[in-house]
Design a protein around this ligand. Structure first.
Ligand SMILES: [Zn+2]
Length: 407
């Protein structure tokens, strides 16, 4: 069974240090490479879907979270405020979510109905105060990088926007090889955690059902799993131990736009309240990488793998031919590891490269022919293509993303 914590250490992807603190992992070069690739992928996907990216600070004044409702409904999960000007001065809080910042960015300009839907996205840090006993790996952390976005739109646009967000999630899962086990419509439960506004809950719930029904997605309803300000669609994944977790979410929210007094000028020249669609395609980067590790056992899809091609000369005599292939592959944008004969027997080097999607072995015959004997990570052998051909085909496969290693 794959445990992302063990794999993360074995593959040198991430680790923690008690002095940095529990639940505050750091990323090593190969882990950072995977993370960069994943983040750039998500930004590209979002840009193509009409999102604009912003940056906003990880701190905000306490008043900001009083307005958003976090202070009343979520403060148990927040770090205590800081008072940089001394006691009694303004209080700053590490943010527990990005929504309030994006609401202020929306509010910072006057908005016309012509600008809507306005899709604001950010891969941003947020913080959760949890006791150190429950922390570990990348799934229970105090610092979270969320793939977040807020779509400000008219009521008429909300269902279509939420449905497009679901489609974006499905597309990303296909590219990443992630399997959703089920969709859940998360509704409020008992207790004072939820804002009291029955009309709001039933309107938002009805719209989310419309989103799911229209998308033809089967789902279950679950009480007590909503956000404090509204119901949400949760896309559920399961780890190798069978534990279920939420990775991606889509929400339709009437609460925050009202709390922040958001408006736009309609075609009628009057002020109207926008709806906020909150959505996350891959959830937090931390949980996404943890899940990818466990789902693939460290054998990442080729486009995400820290090393995509291992080049293995059989003996010293082929090192020049091997270096030439490595150079060509690097020029084509691939991440290459050249494992020379000095690093051990061919068998040992092949085993060391077992998670690398493409392995190119160059012996005497291949060196003379300008080719390489190609083996895929899954054991398939592809014959001995010419090196130029090989590089072109791998580069095309990587650019197409997805989990297929070869066409
Ligand atoms: Zn949000």
């Amino acid at each position: 069974m794959h445990d992302h914590r063990r794999l993360g250490r074995e593959l040198d992807l991430f680790d923690t240090d008690p002095l940095m603190g529990a639940g505050l992992p750091y990323w090593l070069p190969d882990g950072a490479l995977i993370r960069h690739t994943l983040e750039e992928y998500v930004r590209d996907l979002e840009r193509a879907a009409g999102y604009r990216h912003v940056y906003s600070p990880v701190l905000g004044k306490r008043e900001l979270y009083e307005i958003s409702g976090h202070w009343d409904h979520y403060s148990d999960d927040m770090f205590p405020p800081m008072e940089p000007g001394g006691q009694g001065s303004e209080q700053l809080v590490l943010r527990p979510s990005l929504c309030p910042h994006h609401a202020l960015i929306y509010r910072s300009r006057s908005r016309s109905y012509r600008e809507l839907p306005l899709r604001i996205a950010e891969l941003g840090a947020m913080y959760r105060s949890e006791p150190s006993g429950v922390l570990g790996g990348l799934t229970r952390v105090r610092a979270i990088t969320l793939n977040d976005a807020h779509i400000f739109c008219t009521l008429d646009q909300a269902v279509a926007e939420a449905r497009s967000a679901l489609a974006l999630i499905a597309r990303a899962y296909a590219d990443l090889g992630i399997h959703a086990v089920r969709h859940r419509l998360s509704l409020p439960g008992e207790g004072g955690k939820y804002v009291a506004d029955p009309e709001l809950w039933s309107r938002a719930g009805a719209l989310l059902r419309e989103v799911l029904d229209g998308a033809g997605v089967a789902y279950e309803e679950a009480a007590g799993e909503a956000a404090f300000y509204g119901p949400k669609i949760d896309v559920q994944i399961v780890d190798p131990a069978g534990r279920e977790a939420t990775l991606s979410t889509v929400q339709i929210d009437f609460h925050q736009p009202a709390r922040f007094g958001l408006h736009y000028i309609g075609a009628d020249g009057a002020r109207h309240r926008p709806v906020m669609v909150h959505r996350s395609v891959i959830g937090s980067v931390e949980r996404a990488v943890a899940h990818l590790l466990e789902e693939h056992g460290g054998a990442f899809p080729a486009w995400l793998a820290p090393v995509q091609l291992a080049v293995l000369p059989v003996s010293e005599a082929q090192e020049e031919a091997a270096a030439d292939l490595a150079r060509r592959a690097e020029t084509a944008g691939l991440r290459v590891r050249l494992a020379d004969a000095g690093q051990g027997s061919l068998g040992a080097r092949v085993r060391a490269a077992r998670l690398v999607p493409y392995q190119a072995v160059i012996g005497e015959r291949e060196a003379a022919a300008g080719s390489a004997a190609v083996r895929l990570r899954d054991g398939r052998r592809l014959g001995e293509p010419a090196v130029g051909d090989l590089v072109r085909r791998i580069a095309a496969r990587v650019a197409a993303r997805g989990t297929e290693l070869w066409d």
